[in-house]
Design a protein. Sequence first.
Length: 451
Amino acid sequence: MNYIRPDLVIVAYNRSFALLDFNIQDTPEKKFEFMKQTILADKSLSSAEKLVAVRHINLTSDWHNVINNEGVKRICENCQEECLAVSYCENCIRNYLKQNFSNWTSENDNIDNLIQECQLETSDPEKIVEWIPYNNLENIKYLTKGGFSEIYIADWIDGSYIKWDNQEQQLIRNGTKKVILKKLENVENANRSWFDEGMSHLTISSKYNNIVKCHGLTRDPSDGNYMLVMKKMDIDLRKYLQQNYYEITWKKRIDIVFNVTEALSLIHDENAIHRDLHSGNILCYRHGQNFYISDLGFCGPQMCICTNFNSINSLIRNFSKVHIFKDLPEPRNATEEEQEAYHSSQLSLSIPNKIEDIVSEQSVNQSKQNYFTITDDEIKGKSKRIYSEDGNEDLTDNKSKKIKFNNNNVEFQYIQRNYIDNDDIEEDVISNNPNFHSEDQDELEIPEDGF
């Protein structure tokens, strides 16, 4: 028997991505082929571990082609339709889910339609969202209250879908797993903010791995409230930094920043803004390998109407400026003479006589920040784009996702990564090894002949 070391597989997978040269591997096909060859040449991996890593690269390639609707199409031998994935057929999966629509309901037409729409756009087996009957959840325990929601932990008896069986033409689940339940209040009152949160979680996490996975929705029969069923993560960024402050390297810091900015970019590609991003809702799963954005409760459209303290609506404009810092003087400490001159000089301070004066001044300053006019042309032209310091030059090329700085054509490129973690590796081994039963086993075994 061979042993799979999940941590080592993940490190090798991420290293194969980091070694990409976008000037040489300039197409998705070349990038994924380079990653596979890098894995196969990696002497730190066993043959079985290489098989696992290559399989995930193939799945990532399939996901990339389906989500971007690009690549070489083939005719599926089962449904006889054109498909982009090689490891599975996205059309077979969608048809399988569609045939099952009549077997479940949330008793809410809007939620049913939302889940069905997500399933009909499924990109791969691991990103399927579904309606989860409450009686399929066991050992439900209260954890904490996060934001406006109560958070619980539970065991999901069936577990999520992880694989498409081409021979049996059905989806395979991974069995019982720990999940997080996020209770959402006031659904019966048609609270749009709740529905928007559910829609954000389901539509975005059903496409990308950079967002904490939302498996679907359920409903607590005791109070009638709906709940998001989400992947259980281990620690947030704030606690991770506190615990690893003296050990964390600059490379790891850059990796974290890359994880977060890539996830934000994908959220923006969905014409949404997070609006409440902080270290408490940036989460990781086991050992801080990859970080994921969570809590999309405040996620919303890029252009929205917001109400300020005077209840007057104003538009929020979403575009960024690239500020160029150059020709700055070298920093230095003040001399003793300069310090003496500063401390001996008289400062003119204006101290209001009444509290009303302070409130009035703050209101004026707040008004300057909150009120402005913006035309339709500005909304269409500047949303989701990056501009030069004077606001006139558009520095973004959306088609190639390149950014030009200082007109020197310095380019930043990326391909979307389908992150993997220990959970993905363990599920992969479990699904391909019928003799594997221990969920808590540290070392994962697969047959000598691989898969």
